[in-house]
Ligand binder design. Structure first.
Ligand code: ARG
Length: 486
């Protein structure tokens, strides 16, 4: 082991190899080696511009770092083992390539601000990617909602059939929750948008660094406010994990609906063979495994939030090595979310609504009881009186053992004079669904407005995602930046 962390760099004795091997984060950190290299390339550019490193030295350093970045992009970058983390491994590799000049790179920098930078860049990339995928799914659901604006399905409260709605309205409900999750992700993106580099170990630097320049090079809107806070801050990781969890939970609840609707008890959707799994024993089974797995995986996302919260809750200010334990939770969040979003996006086109079955669940008229009461209100009957009259009608249908919709109109008008043939038309499920045109309602015009709002919301977030700088953008910006001081 070269042990740069404790020997070559710091001149100390070096950690026991067993403890170094146990405590290293290199295996996790490799996931953000490209971020680390670009952070260093930006940093050395700033060091040249502020005359802290000679231009010729900075040039060699920057070229080597950018060439290592290209290797990492190509998947061919080899890093020495036996280092405490990726920052040390990169510095060791730089030393191997360039010799002593590599020792100038770490001027006015600590691994504490370096890791905070790498993780923020990681979060930025992951959020941009997740936003693209989430908004694409919202848009897909909106399009589907438009096609299903007239398909009837019951809405449930307390898991009991409640009122007639359209499938389009149901799809807009799924999309609304997903969009809120995406908004949380975007919030996380904004929180990550501060440059930590230049905070040093915990209190800044006595050297004349230019944090605004580094900030520009790495496309942050500004440097962080306080160095002590910065090195111990993982709020951006929490915000990302929380946003991801909100999307995962939206996918999980959508999954429960699909799983329920696919049962023979509901029968509202059919899963085609391309997304259903069989049973190894029961030949008749067509199981909704994809949706069950998505629902199951949301548990891991929630676990990640818990693990990050628990990690930071009792830490004293400044950097503590505990923070390295953010790695598993943070780095697993992006791929987890991506996998679930892709699975649902792939699977949903293979879920078809059976409008005949779902309309049949509304046929007996009982789910339209409120609509009938509202028809009476339209005739001037106070709602409580209408509620009682319709309640009596419902009881009468139950007593007679027939559907509400089958009751003789004469029986109805005997119970209340306003319960005439015209009012009873409110029992028609399609009419009842179409009539609910209040903002946010299930009527076709109201749903069309929801679809518009969902599309616009998704589009706005997709723009944020596509405007988010990529690592390739940063590499180009850094490489083009002059090294000569003004
Ligand atoms: N490997 C560390 C981490 O991931 C980097 C910062 C270490 N800083 C230190 N002073 N040991 O958090």
């Amino acid at each position: 082991m070269s042990g740069i962390a404790r020997t070559s760099a710091t001149g100390g004795e070096g950690m026991l190899p067993e403890l170094l091997a146990w405590s290293t984060s290199l295996h996790h950190d490799r996931a953000f080696v490209r971020e680390d290299l670009l952070g260093s390339a930006a940093h050395v550019t700033m060091l040249a511009r502020t005359r802290l490193v000679e231009v010729a030295d900075a040039q060699r350093l920057r070229e080597a770092l950018l060439s290592m970045y290209a290797d990492a992009e190509a998947g061919t970058l080899a890093l020495p083992d036996g280092e405490e983390d990726v920052h040390m491994a990169v510095e060791a590799e730089l030393g191997r390539r360039l010799g002593a000049v590599a020792g100038r790179l770490h001027t006015a920098r600590s691994r504490n601000d370096q890791v905070a930078l790498d993780l923020r860049l990681h979060v930025r990339g992951q959020v941009a990617d997740a936003l693209q995928r989430t908004t694409a799914l919202v848009t897909m659901l909106s399009t589907r909602a438009n096609d299903e604006r007239e398909t009837l399905i019951p809405a449930y409260t307390h898991r009991q059939r409640a009122q007639p709605t359209s499938v389009g309205f149901r799809l807009c409900a799924w999309a609304s929750q997903l969009l809120r999750g995406a908004e949380c992700l975007a919030f996380g993106l904004a929180r990550a948008d501060r440059l930590p580099l230049g905070s040093g170990a915990c209190s800044g630097s006595s050297l004349p660094i230019d944090r605004n320049l580094t900030s520009f090079l790495l496309a942050f809107s500004q440097p962080t406010l306080n160095a002590l806070d910065t090195v111990g801050d993982r709020d951006f990781a929490l915000d990302f994990a929380w946003g991801a969890t909100r999307v995962m939970v939206a996918l999980s609840r959508l999954s429960t609906d699909v799983i329920d609707y696919a049962t023979s008890e509901f029968g509202y959707v059919k899963l085609d063979g391309r997304i259903a799994a069989g049973s190894s024993m029961m030949p008749q089974k067509k199981n909704p495994d994809v949706f069950e797995l998505v629902r199951g995986q949301s548990a891991r996302a929630i676990g990640n939030v818990m693990s990050l919260l628990t990690l930071v809750k009792g830490l004293p200010n400044g950097y503590n090595r505990d923070l390295q334990e953010d790695r598993a939770a943070l780095l697993s969040t992006g791929p987890l979310l991506r996998g679930a979003l892709d699975a649902v996006t792939l699977a949903l086109p293979h879920v078809t609504f059976d409008g005949v079955k779902s309309a049949a669940a509304l046929a007996d008229g009982s789910t339209q009881a409120t609509d009938l009461a509202e028809a009476l209100v339209r005739k001037g009957v106070p709602f409580r009186e209408a509620y009682k009259a319709v309640g009596a009608l419902v009881r009468r249908a139950i007593d007679d053992g027939i559907a509400l919709s089958q009751l003789d109109p004469a029986v109805a008008s005997a119970l209340h004079p306003a319960l005439d043939a015209e009012a009873l038309r409110a029992l028609d499920p399609a009419a009842a669904m179409r009539a609910k045109e209040s903002i946010g309602g299930t009527g076709p015009r109201a749903v069309a407005e929801q679809i518009e709002a969902l599309r616009a919301g998704a589009e706005a977030l997709a723009v944020i995602a596509s405007n988010t700088p990529t690592l390739a953008n940063l590499a180009a910006r850094i490489a083009a930046e002059p090294l000569e001081p003004a």
